[in-house]
Design a protein around this ligand. Structure first.
Ligand code: DX5
Ligand code: ZN
Length: 232
């Protein structure tokens, strides 16, 4: 339908070959955001990459970077990702000391501010704070690893957020992360997701670029057409 932007697809490089990140980014050049999972072995039981690699990646690709910080003390560590040039920087509600301040710092540095909730974190506790944010990242697996099974029970949070956005109470873009693939993308789209992170479903595919297009097509088909999303 004319006037309704396509859903956003954000391949997660957690499932890519870390020794060839520039090539792996090029393989999904038609995607909307490139999702970068930063883990510190404290907030989650896994360790990945940090700011130096993100800085290199910013030089290597034109795809806007979507940095998902699964780290403790994001109040201290998140703003430098925005200053480096990340398009969207998401922190975890469970780890933030002063989430309003973080949002302000991220925006002041020129990035979108994102807030993420783990599967068992209620959305209600964060609705007020979310008024200061641009993105809500609903985790549909326990953060820490790719390749886990999608948790459909988190879609209630997506529906709530979608309703609040559609009625003008929130202005966040609704993003989902974990277990998204050809078998789950449609139910997430129906619930009202705007942006779909997919790691193993993209980089585990023979042709990652095609996998992105296929997911976008499925999501667009299942999305309620009445709503407007932004590609910002
Ligand atoms: C998990 C990460 C996800 C991960 C998703 O903690 O936040 O971004 O890469 O991987 P899949 O799509 O394989 O579940
Ligand atoms: Zn992620």
């Amino acid at each position: 339908m004319a006037g309704v932007p396509a859903p956003l697809i954000a391949p997660s490089i957690l499932s890519a070959d870390f020794s060839r990140l520039a090539d792996e980014a090029a393989a999904v050049e038609g995607s909307d955001w490139l999702h970068v999972d930063v883990m510190d072995a404290h907030f989650v039981p896994n360790l990945t990459i940090g700011l130096p690699v993100v800085e290199s990646l910013l030089q290597a690709t034109d795809i806007p970077l979507d940095c998902h910080l699964m780290i403790e003390d994001p109040d201290r560590w998140a703003p430098p990702y925005a200053e480096a040039g990340a398009h969207n920087v998401t922190v975890h509600a469970e780890a933030a000391r002063d989430p309003r301040r973080i949002a302000k710092d991220l925006r002041a540095a020129g990035a979108r501010a994102g807030l993420s909730v783990k599967p068992n974190t209620p959305l209600e506790d964060w609705l007020e704070v979310l008024r200061d944010y641009d993105t809500l990242l609903v985790m549909s697996v326990e953060p820490g690893f790719g390749g886990q099974s999608f948790m459909p029970e988190v879609l209630d949070k997506v529906r709530t957020a979608r309703r609040l956005v559609d009625t003008g109470h929130l202005t966040v873009l609704v993003e989902i992360d974990g277990g998204i693939g050809t078998d789950t993308v449609e139910q997430a789209a129906e619930a009202g997701v705007d942006c779909f992170v997919a790691g193993s479903a993209v980089y585990g595919a023979e042709d990652p670029g095609r996998a992105v297009e296929a997911l976008r097509g499925q999501a667009a088909h299942a999305s309620p057409h009445r709503r407007e999303t932004t590609r910002e």
